[in-house]
Design a binder for this molecule. Structure first.
Ligand SMILES: Nc1ncnc2c1ncn2[C@@H]1O[C@H](COP(=O)(O)OP(=O)(O)O)[C@@H](O)[C@H]1O
Ligand SMILES: [Mg+2]
Length: 272
């Protein structure tokens, strides 16, 4: 489906600036003038926007533009130098990082599985901590997430080295989701897998988003993936959030020359 056929589009109205969604919806994450520097280099530059509860935000931009750093400010792996980040109304600076991360799943590129634990033990890792020894509850959580993410039960006892790339990536996502977080941070989670596996993982993540109502912040450097997955697309350029808008608005009214270049080819494809 071309992104412009989506209901999330705002007709002919342009949204070239940063879009602050309506205040009547609860915000899952708010970035308030967030800046992060590493030495003299600015990784995130005055990012100021709010992400609605239940949104699927695709974050796109060139390598080194600050996508990962921005994502890490949400689960307090990075603390801003200026501004603050609120997760469900609480500032990350005043939150207990362990408590905070309990409600925030984190899926990253490549295999980040514990090599010495089986698939089952990897997925069960956080639920085991949370369910404090309630084995049945943990087993049920593992089985549920293996089904949702499309993993056959018979690989449960395998170790990460015995999995294909696609399976390992699925286990990583199942593990990130098994703690039933409110927010999922996904940092290029599908870039290391082949095109077919990738397409099926994209379908899974869309379905999980629809089914669970989880808020997803999904980093990608692939414009196709961003336009296809995001209800909203956030384009970053040299640390700045240059456009935050539904996919059709990104296509129709790119805010900068960079966004324009990013979508030029797409526009011709969708205009056919
Ligand atoms: N821990 C770090 N120490 C120093 N510089 C960093 C660190 N993390 C990121 N950077 C720099 O910040 C900028 C943004 O990086 P990053 O957020 O990883 O970008 P992206 O994910 O978009 O590729 C880059 O210039 C990168 O080199
Ligand atoms: Mg990155």
């Amino acid at each position: 489906m071309p992104p412009c056929a989506r209901s999330a589009c705002s007709g002919v109205q342009q949204s070239t600036g940063l879009l602050h969604a309506q205040d009547d919806k609860q915000a899952a994450v708010v970035f308030e003038h967030v800046t992060k520097r590493f030495g003299d280099a600015i990784a995130v530059d005055d990012v100021d926007l709010r992400i609605d509860d239940g949104a699927f935000v695709a974050i796109i931009g060139s390598s080194g533009c600050g996508k990962t750093t921005l994502l890490k400010t949400v689960n307090a792996l990075v603390m801003p130098d200026e501004g603050r980040v609120l997760v469900h109304g609480q500032a990350t600076s005043s939150a207990d990082p362990i408590e905070l991360r309990r409600n925030i799943g984190y899926a990253i590129q490549g295999s980040v599985l514990f090599p010495h634990l089986t698939v089952e033990q990897n997925i069960a890792y956080v639920p085991t901590l949370l369910n404090s020894g309630d084995k049945d509850r943990t087993e049920a959580a593992v089985a549920k997430w293996m089904d949702i993410i499309g993993l056959p039960r018979d690989i449960m006892d395998r170790y990460p080295a015995e999995l294909s790339g696609g399976q390992a990536q699925r286990v990583g996502i199942a593990r990130a989701l098994a703690a039933s977080p409110d927010v999922l941070l996904a940092d290029e989670p599908f870039s290391a897998v082949d095109a077919i596996t990738r397409a099926s993982l994209q379908d899974e993540i869309k379905r999980i988003h629809r089914q669970t109502g989880i808020t997803v912040l999904f980093v990608t450097h692939d414009i196709d993936e961003a336009l296809d997955l995001g209800d909203q697309v956030l384009v970053m350029e040299a640390g700045r959030a240059v456009q935050f808008a539904p996919p059709c608005d990104i296509l129709r009214a790119p805010a900068t020359a960079f966004v324009d270049r990013l979508v030029t080819r797409k526009r011709t494809v969708y205009a056919r």
